[in-house]
Write a protein that binds this ligand. Structure first.
Ligand code: GCU
Length: 129
């Protein structure tokens, strides 16, 4: 099924900067969140109808240490998503999760939960419902 891509650099960014110094991103760059717990990127995604969607978070982590984030949809209970090292800051990968979306606009917020911060975030791809 088709997916819709939402760039991180166009989302709401709390405590992070848009950069473009590591190749392979889509759009015009990626978000480098501060290396701390608490910074987040919040996307607003539109669903044609209520139901289950697959969320793919494209990211890179050039370190050997997992950089988990808490993902919350519409302010609901956070789900931990792990972002282990991808091998290089220029090696991008997708971490996927399922989420329940409502019809219309939904917020998807990814917040770093450790002092290392999150990975570099490229985009969120939403498939369905
Ligand atoms: C390096 C890298 C950044 C990355 C940062 C980090 O500085 O160039 O893109 O965000 O490490 O550890 O988060």
């Amino acid at each position: 099924p088709p997916s819709t891509r939402y760039e991180a650099e166009e989302a709401t960014i709390a405590r992070g900067v848009v950069e473009s110094d590591h190749a392979g991103f889509t759009g015009t760059g990626f978000v480098n969140g501060d290396n701390a717990a608490g910074p987040y990127v919040e996307w607003t995604v539109t669903a044609a109808r209520a139901g289950t969607a697959t969320l793919a978070v494209r990211h890179a982590n050039g370190t050997a240490v997992n950089r988990p984030m808490a993902v919350s949809v519409n302010g609901g209970p956070p789900v931990t998503v792990n972002f282990p090292g991808t091998g290089a800051w220029t090696t991008w990968a997708n971490a996927t999760l399922s989420a329940q979306l409502g019809a219309g606009a939904n917020t998807v917020r990814a917040t770093s939960t450790t002092a290392n911060g999150g990975p570099n975030l490229d985009h969120l791809a939403v498939t369905g419902p």
